[in-house]
Design a protein around this ligand. Sequence first.
Ligand code: IMP
Ligand code: MG
Length: 183
Amino acid sequence: MLEDIEKVLFHESTILSRLDELAHEITTDYRGKDLTVIAILNGSFVFMADLLRRVPLPLQVECLSVSSYHGTRTTGQVNFRQTTLADFRNRHVLLLDDILDSGHTLHAIGTRLSEGGALSLRTCVLLRKRVEREREVDADYVAFDIPNEFVVGYGLDYNENYRNLPFVGVLNEAAIQRGAKPA
Ligand code: IMP
Ligand code: MG
């Protein structure tokens, strides 16, 4: 699996020290407020666990499962795997995702959640790609800005593989060409 990585962008220790800062900001902003964190699965499961353990506030966690990617390309169509959402009326909602790329995912979820009666809705992403977005959307909290390269690890996948790598890295061309399975 490691031989499929062209280069490491962020080692685990780098990610965790950045999460210390981000968690501090979030803790300051949401102190005294009723907070529901909604994590978008599968990509944000590692990010969610590491970030939220650094936020010493009472909060509720919900998970939302969506998909829009096939291989290294977005399909532009966001599929929700749940039909009902948790009740977050009169609560502040913080949406967590692994990466902001074309913007389709955060735009679709934001639209869906905005009908739910939340007091506020903000988004937090581990990575934000420097690309022209197909949807007008930005994140309120960003751990790292990255160039337009396909990355895996720390929750992010290529055809559902590599999520368990402890770092964020760029996949090499051979692995991309090979498709589904790591060597
Ligand atoms: P968007 O809808 O194009 O903004 O992309 C958001 C989703 O696409 C993320 O939650 C990821 O699941 C996936 N994605 C986008 N870029 C990458 C990448 O470089 N590596 C792995 N997954 C990605
Ligand atoms: Mg994905």
